[in-house]
Design a protein around this ligand. Structure first.
Ligand SMILES: [Zn+2]
Ligand SMILES: [Zn+2]
Length: 463
């Protein structure tokens, strides 16, 4: 068999693996390339990938860098199933529809300029109808059950602990009387992540494709981060501050809601209004609530024991722009969660314009802020920032919490791999930049005597 890397080779986005035998062709993930550079040129159907000849598409989880190119398959005539857990299906639908919306907005904006310049007009990769068509190909998968995906190939999903419904996938491939096991890690979660269960690694593989996003370091322990979180909230309540939290709609928002609930339930802290100021975050939170079967024991006990979690009366969704604008008049203590996660667009900008210059505002950064983003400027201590072309002084208290990551750090990655290591698999490190995958490769070499492959885009691995 051969596996071609159509993404996430030496970088963290665009995950896509094509496995081919003489009898079958299976694609694992088909994610979008993100984050500037020449991503437009890369977000295409690669040569050598004919959707009509695929037997199955398997999806590890709903993040755009894993599912974002799926509509290109159905647009090009793919008629087979897209296999994913029910939660992944729900979240992928939400994320792909949002992606179509963002693309149409971007293309419209660019086309206004291009038209004036006499340049040919651009088209989005896909629209909402094409996403619907893709969603109709989804087939539900349960964890820990094997099923056939092509002639001589069965698949089995196990919990990856990275986001609701996220999986690692094992393919058992029969070829010329031999059985080989290929494991795709997907994105692996940290040791402890709120709400969902931790990763359950596979125990045997002949070949493993493993993510290496944070292969170089351990994230700050969640316990320390939660102590900081508690301190910031308590202090803000004392000062009746308004707390602004830029957050990604899926995952981080629900984590923060959960940790707030913990605070309200376990300590004597009186609940204050928490505004969910993002239609997408509201929908994602509803999807989380629909899948309590995927919760860990703590979250399950919490649901039973804490009236707040069941009702969450303090959580106030503000779906419309008018609802959002009314928040300007709400006095503290309160907390407003809005996108975008890196403060590059979205409603958080309006809240920043209204609140950054006021000393009684608290900004809590709970996620990674990419280079060149407004969020990064705040983390780096900017005295003023530009929002909608206007200079805004930064008088608010800015706090950065680094321990909420949904990715395994180095120790958790090694722990996950430790379960596969005794079977001495061929290791291919993907979904990581040089900074992440090189130290991880070195560690695997030292600890297990294996020599991981660090592939490039388009490379083919044979077994
Ligand atoms: Zn992910
Ligand atoms: Zn990813």
């Amino acid at each position: 068999m051969k596996i071609t890397l159509h993404g996430a080779a030496g970088e963290v986005t665009g995950s896509a693996y094509l496995l081919e035998t003489a009898r079958a062709r299976v694609l694992v993930d088909f994610g979008m390339f993100q984050g500037g550079g020449n991503t437009d040129a890369k977000n295409v159907l690669p040569l050598g990938l004919d959707p009509k000849r695929l037997d199955a598409v398997l999806l590890t989880h709903a993040h755009l860098d894993h599912c974002g190119r799926l509509p290109l398959l159905t647009k090009a005539g793919y008629q087979g199933g897209i296999y994913a857990t029910g939660a992944t299906r729900d979240l992928a639908g939400l994320i792909l529809r949002d992606s179509a919306k963002v693309q149409s907005y971007d293309v419209e904006r660019k086309n206004r300029k291009r038209e004036r310049a006499g340049k040919p007009l651009l088209e989005p990769l896909y629209n909402a109808n094409e996403v619907d068509q893709t969603m109709s190909r989804f087939r539900d998968v349960e964890f820990d059950r094997s099923f056939q995906v092509g002639e001589g190939i069965t698949a089995r999903y196990t919990i990856a602990g990275h986001m609701l419904g996220s999986a690692s996938i094992k393919l058992t491939v029969q070829e010329k009387g031999k059985t080989r096991i290929v494991v795709f890690s997907g994105d692996i979660g940290p040791m402890h992540l709120a709400i969902i269960r931790g990763a359950v690694p596979f125990k045997h593989a002949d070949l493993v494709f493993m993510e290496s996003t944070y292969g170089d370091r351990d994230n700050k322990p969640l316990k320390e981060t939660l102590a900081e979180f508690r301190g910031i909230i308590q202090d803000a309540v004392k000062r009746r501050a308004r707390i602004l939290v830029p957050a990604f709609a899926v995952g981080r928002t629900q984590q923060i809601l959960y940790h707030l609930d913990e605070l309200f339930c376990a300590s004597k802290l009186k609940p204050f209004p928490v505004f969910l100021d993002s239609p997408m975050a509201i929908e994602a939170t509803n999807i989380y609530r629909r899948h309590p079967d995927l919760f860990d024991d703590e979250a399950k006990a919490w649901r039973r024991g804490c009236a707040l979690t069941r009702k969450q009366a303090h959580v106030k969704p503000t779906p419309t722009a008018q609802d959002s604008m009314k928040l300007n008049d709400v006095s503290g203590p309160c907390l407003i969660m809005a996108g975008s996660g890196m403060c590059t667009a979205g409603r958080i900008l309006h809240h920043f314009k209204h609140g950054l210059w006021q000393p009684d505002t608290v900004v809590m950064i709970v996620g990674y802020q990419g280079e060149g983003t407004l969020g990064r400027q705040l983390v780096d201590g900017a005295k003023s920032v530009k929002i909608f072309g206007e200079k805004i002084a930064v008088k608010a208290h800015i706090h950065t919490l680094n321990g909420f990551s949904a990715h395994a750090g180095q120790s958790a990655l090694m722990n996950w791999f430790g379960s596969l290591a005794p079977s001495k698999p061929k290791v291919v490190l993907t979904h990581g930049e040089a900074r992440g995958r090189e130290p991880l490769a070195e560690l695997i070499r030292k600890r297990h005597g294996l020599k991981p492959i660090l592939p490039a885009q388009g490379d083919v691995i044979k077994l």
